[in-house]
Design a protein around this ligand. Structure first.
Ligand code: ATP
Length: 749
């Protein structure tokens, strides 16, 4: 069994169609010879092609539809400073020019036309829940083992964080504990230190051959590696204690061999642990003294809960000694706490935000703070009075923004952000969250291509193949469908990089400490407030500063209310301000030297130029067209899986599929892109049109799937409708871990 939780984190759609051919770039004969000769040959071929094109153009005005300047009116401004005027001028200029001679290399698309109006949003300035990150206590003042103290000093840790100050004493004194504190507040060490402290004091001394005494369960493989690293560092002076890591994607035989040799502290992902519990004789659970559920709310999510329950059952049925259990997360809801309270023994609760709030208010009343955290969560008072919609703390040093961008402009706005902020020279690291694996792959290829130093003599295919080519920034990608080797090296390389952009799915959203990330971009909106908190929590960690920006389409702005309701304050970043930076990245783009004479001047022209670079790359880049289509389909499918409470905000009905296609650089009409299993795109288009025409919703509210990648790995959705003969047709779509594995139509007589 290798079905780790992170493998199910990402929605992906298998594409029923085969990959299309790559157009002109592939049809052309290969040119051989030295590089110089190839360049020469390509140059003359290009000139000839251009002449041919110009001739065909004048003879036959059958131009690419997207290259025609828009003449229709009715599109709304995307900026308050009225770019429409510029666009209109531009389009009329192009129109007249287009009749004479179409400027070569510049394809004018309708990026700034027919966009929905950008609404004015009032994000409330709510009072965010704050936590004091550091305590006043030093590790040196604690009664920890002298080796531990000197090691912590060597590692550069002097002051305890608040969560460590609260949690360590409780765990050392043998309690089960539930820990909630903000992202990046040092929760890992808050359980690792007392575990090591406890094990190193056992007499007789623990031996490797004593086997497993601690199990730390984490939801993703990268987090397993990270937690393992923390243990290895802390165990340096305690050479007789051995930590080990087992996780999906790794070689089982090697893991078995390591388990046979003996591992005292085992960090594991749930799927692989169950595998070893069932198949590895050397993994004995009789001596387990500690069980840690890191990112507990994620581990106890419906679907994953089953695996964790199986592991707990296996431990309980083998156990001969007492066990301590710890649950931790930045977003432990009281629902999870109540659930956990049933399986934990007299648990104590550490909630730093409660503490901070209490301490700030209690200072006036009485200075007894610590009692506030001593309430056992199983106390009926606490359970009854607790609201489900908890407010979570976010780091004070985190600046949160959102940008409202019409769908069509999303891609260029993202690229402007990445290319302007992450250049190598600027030493900036950025995370970009995307909803699907195909989306990650698509953006990875596109950003890598755009960040290369372009040679005016080489073409798209050649530039792509040229691995030696210099790049202006390092681009990384991370998702659950990569080989474990690639995942590990990406994670490690991004950790040590000085700058770069990591394009990833939610596989990187939980627990990962990626040093010096200054920007977190949510290109696809998170599937809830909890995930929002974990995503933005990848920056501004342990007291450093950081920024996050969330992309919203005009139809999605109500998500701000959801954040405000949970006391999260977020500021608008005006679209026009980001767009302005397009002029800064223009020199990086391909074809700039060739087109100096027609160099885009206005922001709109430049953004359009950037979009066209993407579209040409999608058209001519190796496999790009197929990849873009897959990414488009996956995106739409993923959009259909927002949880029920967010359906009114993120509804398929609100998507303009043509505009979505544009964000994947596709010039085809949605009807020409293969159908998306389970999604009736033509009916959606019709409904959108109806809505646009009448400016109000006239269609009957359709039933929508509530498939969430985070809710259940196995789910059936049913759609029932009557066919022309009045017979009922039931369409069944089976989704397994976000992938459609079966589609069946049945007719009942
Ligand atoms: N006492 C301390 N002083 C300074 N830095 C610390 C201290 N304790 C931990 N850190 C550092 O803080 C960073 C974040 O720690 P950690 O990953 O444990 O946070 P976390 O609370 O688990 O975050 P998340 O909720 O995102 O999982 C790490 O780089 C860690 O080395």
């Amino acid at each position: 069994m290798d079905d780790d939780i992170d493998a199910g984190l990402n929605l992906n759609i298998s594409v029923p169609t085969k990959r299309p051919s790559f157009g002109a770039a592939n049809q052309r004969g290969k040119i051989s010879g030295s590089r110089q000769q190839r360049i020469k040959a390509r140059r003359s071929q290009k000139k000839w092609n251009e002449k041919q094109k110009a001739r065909t153009h004048s003879e036959n005005s059958n131009v690419d539809r997207s290259s025609k300047p828009e003449t229709k009116t009715g599109g709304k401004d995307v900026q308050t400073k009225s770019p429409q005027k510029d666009v209109d001028n531009q389009s009329s200029e192009n129109k007249s020019e287009g009749n004479k001679k179409k400027p070569s290399g510049v394809v004018i698309s309708s990026l700034f036309r027919h966009n929905p109006e950008i609404p004015t949003v009032k994000s409330l300035t709510v009072k965010q829940v704050k936590e004091d990150l550091f305590s006043s206590d030093s590790f040196q003042d604690t009664p920890l083992h002298p080796y531990m103290k000197s090691n912590l000093d060597k590692l550069g840790f002097s002051k305890m964080t608040s969560v460590q100050q609260e949690t360590i004493p409780k765990l050392v004194t043998g309690h089960d504990v539930l820990v909630k504190s903000q992202t990046g507040s040092g929760k890992t060490m808050s359980y690792a230190i007392p575990i090591i402290e406890n094990l190193c004091q056992q007499t007789p001394k623990i031996q490797r051959s004593d086997g497993c005494m601690v199990i730390v369960l984490v939801p993703t493989r990268e987090l397993a590696l990270q937690s393992y690293d923390v243990f290895v560092k802390l165990l340096k002076p305690f050479t007789w204690l051995v930590a080990g890591c087992i996780m999906g994607g790794e070689n089982r035989k090697k893991e078995k061999a390591r388990l046979r040799k003996g591992i005292n502290i085992l960090i594991a992902t749930p799927g692989r642990l169950i595998d070893h519990i069932e198949n590895t004789q050397n993994l004995l659970l009789g001596k387990i003294k500690w069980l840690v559920l890191d990112e507990a709310d994620r581990l106890l999510d419906l679907g994953f809960e089953e695996k964790v329950a199986k592991i707990i059952k296996a431990i309980d049925s083998n156990q001969s000694s007492e066990r301590q259990t710890v649950l931790l997360s930045a977003t432990l809801s009281q629902g999870v706490e109540r659930l956990a309270g049933m399986s934990l023994k007299d648990p104590q609760r550490v909630s730093i935000s409660d503490n901070t709030v209490n301490s700030r208010t209690m200072i006036k009343d009485k200075p007894n703070i610590s009692k506030a955290t001593d309430n056992a969560i199983s106390s009926p008072d606490h359970a009854e009075t607790g609201k489900e919609n908890e407010n979570y703390a976010l780091p004070e040093s985190l600046k949160q923004y959102f940008v409202i961008t019409p769908c069509k402009l999303r891609l260029v706005v993202l690229l402007i952000l990445i290319l302007s902020k992450c250049k190598r020279s600027l030493k900036t690291k950025m995370l970009v969250f995307v909803s699907t694996q195909d989306g990650v792959e698509f953006l990875y290829r596109l950003v890598t291509y755009l960040s290369k130093e372009h040679n005016s003599d080489s073409d798209v295919e050649e530039e792509e193949e040229d691995k030696e080519q210099k790049t202006n920034l390092d681009v990384f990608r991370l998702h659950g469908d990569m080989s474990q080797k690639d995942r590990t090296s990406t994670y490690q390389n991004f950790c040590t990089a000085n700058s770069g952009v990591l394009i990833c799915t939610d596989v990187a959203a939980r627990g990962l400490h990626l040093p010096f990330v200054q920007w977190v971009v949510q290109y696809s909106c998170s599937t809830g407030v909890t995930d929002y908190i974990h995503r933005v929590g990848r920056t501004a960690r342990a007291g450093t500063t950081g920024n996050s920006v969330m992309f919203l389409m005009p139809s999605e702005i109500d998500f701000i209310k959801h954040l405000n309701q949970r006391n999260i304050s977020i500021e608008e970043w005006k679209l026009g301000v980001i767009l302005k930076d397009v002029t800064r990245i223009l020199p990086m783009l391909p074809g700039q030297e060739e087109t100096q004479r027609q160099a885009p001047k206005t922001v709109e022209e430049s953004a359009t130029y950037l979009q066209n670079c993407c579209e040409l790359f999608v058209k001519n880049g190796k496999d790009m067209s197929g990849l873009a289509k897959s990414a488009y389909q996956s995106y739409i499918r993923a959009y259909a899986t927002y949880p029920h409470d967010l359906k009114p905000v993120f509804h398929l009905r609100n998507l303009h599929l043509g505009h979505v296609a544009k964000t994947f650089g596709l010039r085809e009409a949605p009807s020409n892109i293969a159908n998306i299993p389970g999604v009736n795109t033509s009916s959606l288009q019709r409904k959108r049109k109806l809505k646009d025409d009448s400016k109000k919703q006239v269609v009957k509210k359709p039933r929508h799937d509530t498939v969430s990648e985070f809710k259940s790995p196995l789910m059936f959705t049913k759609k029932t409708k009557k066919n022309s003969k009045g017979k009922q047709r039931t369409k069944k779509v089976k989704v397994f871990q976000g992938k459609i594995i079966k589609k069946k139509k049945t007719s009942s007589k």
